[in-house]
Design a protein around this ligand. Structure first.
Ligand SMILES: *[C@@H]1O[C@H](CO)[C@@H](O)[C@H](O)[C@H]1NC(C)=O
Ligand SMILES: *[C@@H]1O[C@H](CO)[C@@H](O)[C@H](O)[C@H]1NC(C)=O
Ligand SMILES: *[C@@H]1O[C@H](CO)[C@@H](O)[C@H](O)[C@H]1NC(C)=O
Length: 405
């Protein structure tokens, strides 16, 4: 039986996808009876998550009216591995998430979060875009900011406002990748800006941000058409996801990245990203490289590197799938494998993260929410959890690269 399940995983049959959490609609725990704005349940669409011990953080960006709290978590219970409609709890509390009644800028409040991340120093990182997007009506409330919480104490250890000479506003800041050098304050964060096709780099030690620009951060105009769930649309999102390799021989990591509207994968060394002079120069020589083309219709939201195997997992929006590439091999379509596909449960895989030896994927049917209508009696939002050993990229995987102990 175990073998059968494993084999069905290799052939991409949905039975190996373990539904970890599923929701028809989002509900919150402990909402005040009268908030500053009314709760409109239908508009609450989760986009990102971050697992940490007995919590899983869930972000509901303010892409619409009626979202009471953008940064939340679900408390996990020991031994329980299926959750149906668990309520979200605000993090760190409701007050920090509540909108100001007059939409004033307020550094003590979080406006909108997409995809938080937890690093190996027990810290939660996320970008507050500072923007409310209500059905295309953009309200820029405040400067975009980077937040860091110490999860051992739930204390805010850093809030950094990204200055205007780095980015005009936070509209395109939908994810963050943390590069930890040590847990004593030496870390970098890399933030893709999907609207301005640039990368924002934050140096925690120097408490300073700068940006890198490069043409490879842009979408490919021939690869921006989508056909999902019977809906056709064109998107022009640039650089969307950054994931880091293990430490290479030179002491730096490789940052793999892709624009969303693109079939290609690119790479740049963190030795370039961490050095402001190198990152911000106008001409980059061969700093940034094309890694390869993944094949037709392989547009991806998030991707994530598994340290022990060197395999990179991809959330595939144009295929309702999760795919993988063993980074020890050449990246081409024949080395880009489908792990699982599901045309019902995996519509718009909005976030994906390897955490330890588990792969987590969130899907949220956002395409239906934007271009059609969600059936609120159906399960619409899901988080899957798959053990990496059940999501192996290839049975004959070679491990040429040496990994850090
Ligand atoms: C704002 O929301 C609209 C409608 O959901 C969407 O099409 C657009 O891409 C959003 N803009 C940004 C910058 O997120
Ligand atoms: C657009 O945003 C402005 C500023 O917050 C607000 O006054 C207005 O009512 C909004 N319009 C819609 C259609 O949401
Ligand atoms: C950054 O790169 C420049 C150009 O190669 C080099 O001169 C400088 O020493 C580097 N800075 C750091 C802090 O490594």
């Amino acid at each position: 039986m175990k073998l059968l399940i494993l084999l069905s995983c290799f052939f991409g049959i949905s039975s190996c996808l373990e539904e970890f959490i599923k929701w028809n609609q989002i509900e919150y725990e402990n909402l005040p009876e009268t908030g500053n704005f009314p709760f409109i349940q239908y508009n609450n669409v989760p986009q990102g998550f971050a697992p940490y011990k007995d919590k899983i953080f869930i972000a509901v960006p303010r892409r619409n009216h009626g979202i009471p709290s953008t940064l939340n978590y679900v408390k996990l219970e020991h031994g329980k591995d299926v959750y149906t409609n668990p309520k979200l709890q605000s993090y760190p509390n409701y007050e920090t998430n509540e909108l100001d009644p007059s939409n004033q800028a307020n550094p003590n409040r979080i406006i909108s979060v997409y995809r938080p991340r937890v690093d190996e120093c027990d810290r939660l990182w996320f970008v507050d875009s500072g923007v409310i997007n209500t059905s295309g009506n953009l309200s820029i409330i405040q400067r975009p900011s980077i937040w860091v919480f110490d999860l051992k104490t739930d204390q805010l250890v850093k809030r950094f406002e990204i200055p205007e000479n780095v980015v005009r506003d936070g509209l395109g800041l939908a994810s963050i990748t943390v590069d930890v050098i040590d847990c004593n304050g030496n870390s970098f964060a890399y933030i893709p800006d999907l609207l301005n096709s640039q990368m924002i780099i934050y140096n925690l030690q120097d408490d300073k941000a700068y940006r890198m620009q490069h043409n490879y951060f842009r979408m490919n105009p021939f690869e921006g058409d989508f056909d999902v769930d019977g809906l056709q649309f064109s998107w022009d999102d640039g650089i969307f996801s950054i994931t880091l390799s293990n430490i290479d021989n030179d002491g730096y990591r490789t940052a793999y990245f892709h624009p969303m509207s693109s079939f290609s994968e690119f790479a740049v060394s963190t030795s370039v990203l961490r050095n402001e002079t190198l990152a911000s120069r106008g001409y980059h020589g061969n700093d940034v490289k094309l890694v390869g083309n993944r094949g037709k219709n392989t547009q991806s939201t998030m991707h994530s590197f598994h340290a022990a195997t060197g395999v990179v997992y991809y959330a595939q929006i144009n295929k309702n799938a999760v795919s993988c590439w063993n980074s020890n091999r050449e990246l081409k379509s024949t080395n880009f494998k489908e792990v699982v596909r599901d045309d019902v449960k995996l519509i718009y895989p909005s976030d994906l993260k390897v955490s330890g030896d588990d792969l987590y994927v969130m899907s949220n049917r956002m395409i239906r929410h934007i271009y059609s209508k969600l059936d609120t009696n159906d399960f619409n939002f899901r988080i899957f959890k798959i053990s990496i050993k059940d999501a192996r990229c290839s049975a004959t995987q070679t491990r040429r690269r040496k990994f850090r102990n």
